[in-house]
Design a protein around this ligand. Sequence first.
Ligand code: FAD
Length: 500
Amino acid sequence: MTDSYDILVIGGGVNGTGIARDAAGRGYRVLLCEMNDLASGTSSAATKLVHGGLRYLEHYEFRLVREALIEREVLWASAPHIIWPLRFVLPHQKGLRPAWLLRLGLFLYDHLGGRKLLPGTKTLDLRTDPTGKPLKPGYRTGFEYSDGWVDDARLVALNARDAADRGAVVKVGTKVSSVRRDGDAWAIEMNGPDGMETARAKIVVNAAGPWVDAVIRQAFAENEAHHVRLVKGSHIVVNKLFDHDKCYFFQNPDGRIMFAIPYEGDYTLIGTTDMDFDGDPDAVTISESEIDYLCDGVSEYFAKPVTRADIVWTYSGVRPLYDDGATAAQEATRDYVLKTEGADGTPKQINVFGGKLTTSRRLSEEVVDDIGHEIGKRGAHWTHDAKLPGGDFAPTAFDAELAKLQKAYPGFAPDVLHRLLRSYGTLAPTVLGDAKSLDDMGETFGAGLTAREIDYMIAREWARAGEDVLWRRSKLGLRLDATQIARVGDYVTERLGGRV
Ligand code: FAD
């Protein structure tokens, strides 16, 4: 039987899941299809900042920066387990942007909008401030400002969970292969774990990120589609370079910027690059020249140079930027563009181009408003003040929540509980259940990962492979050896009975 929906959303990245969540919450019948795993595209490959984008001020993107600045605290409040504030240290470098320009930029950044809980900018004397210590001697002035962190892949999983809890049907491993207008609806064909399936929907949202043009060409069978500029960005992860919890914002002589961010407790994340890309977004990897660029860039600043030997992991992703004709990749707009296609009286298609993790909630709100114009309005805006699953505690109350969890589960090591609270928030007790210690959680795989936690990821978060568990629902792949990684993969396959 062919199921009928109001909306088909193509793509389980941050935008597709955000749109599905918002639409389901407004009462639409939603089908979301993701061809691989949730967040397997760009949405697990970001720098993971919830930020206004200080750099975009240089390109006069005031609308985008203001919207993103406002979103920082909205997102933080919605999911304080996976989103939290960070302080960035921007050392003034002689010969690059002058101090007055940095001060002006940061003044605007502090005052363009939305900052209620995040502290404002302050000037540092790097000769005495602890953040000056890992740097080469000679740096005097630095500026410290606020932005936020988000576990990008978990944000996507939580969006999908909330969408499903509100009635959306979420299908992973399901590629939309054909969408054709058929009377007053779209006839849809998709290839999933059970083979070819069909469905109908009144409207289709193409949120396929880097594949958005490919979907227009292949699934919609339209000849011409050249709307996105694919810009690759890579990161390297090295063992922890410094002992404090602040991040660095470094300027490069080429005008680009680079971040060095405390990562997963024991590591430092360094990124990113900006390179035009014309390959298969599924097969994107870091190049030798990007590795050199990132190592050299931060080694200009750190007293101890970063070399290839320090690298423990790398990842790369492709930004699906709207092609605004900018000459340099780094100058292409980071703003999003929504395009509704289709003649009057025929079913419509909404294509989503560009966007940021930070603006994905707003983008979703706008898409669902546009859907309302096309197929009839339902429900009002609701996500601004809503919590994502596990996020129902005050933004500043993480430590209090951790104390509660430790009291309820005294038999668990504090670092295990800390990681579980960061991953699942107030749903951590659902994962832990009646266990008194790790020994009660079934098979252990290393680094505190247990069968019970993987079962939760399978049952509630659509994990279907070891990679989903180790690199997207968590980052425990960083801590397990090859044998342990293989065992996680086997365990997931066993649980799914070989069916993915
Ligand atoms: P994706 O996450 O790529 O999702 C699209 C999905 O569609 C994919 O999962 C794909 O498998 C699926 N799909 C494609 N075709 C089909 C089909 N036919 N059927 C079913 N499914 C299909 N933003 C920030 O706010 N802060 C940052 O710090 C930041 N840093 C970044 C750094 C880098 C290097 C990059 C690359 C991006 C960064 N971004 C950042 C931007 C942000 O990551 C992206 O804007 C966002 O993830 C795009 O999400 P999306 O849902 O549009 O695309």
